[in-house]
Unconditional design. Sequence first.
Length: 118
Amino acid sequence: MQIRRGDIVIVELDPTKGSEQRGTRPCLVVQNDAGNANAPTTIVAPFTTSFDNDELYPFEVFVDADESPLRDDSVVLCSQLRTVSIEHRIRENVGSIPDSRMDAVDTAIEYSLGLRDV
């Protein structure tokens, strides 16, 4: 399966523990395209539809369903980055998010990793 940075893929995240996002859900590919083309794994950030749009953290990014292939408005959880097997965990590629949202994701990842002060 070919995937690119900014793609939305359906990922089987189980098994998980504690507060990790679980189940089969959309995730955003955040790994660079060189890694995606040459490695058996990629790095993703899960989406959630459980959020309060008035209280998003700096490491969360709202994505409107109208600007993506997502069925519902969602939030990218950039604090829950995860490495997954492309072959064994990714079920399908359903599309991508706009570059403007990807720019916001990049900033949110910087906050999450402590590369930018909150």
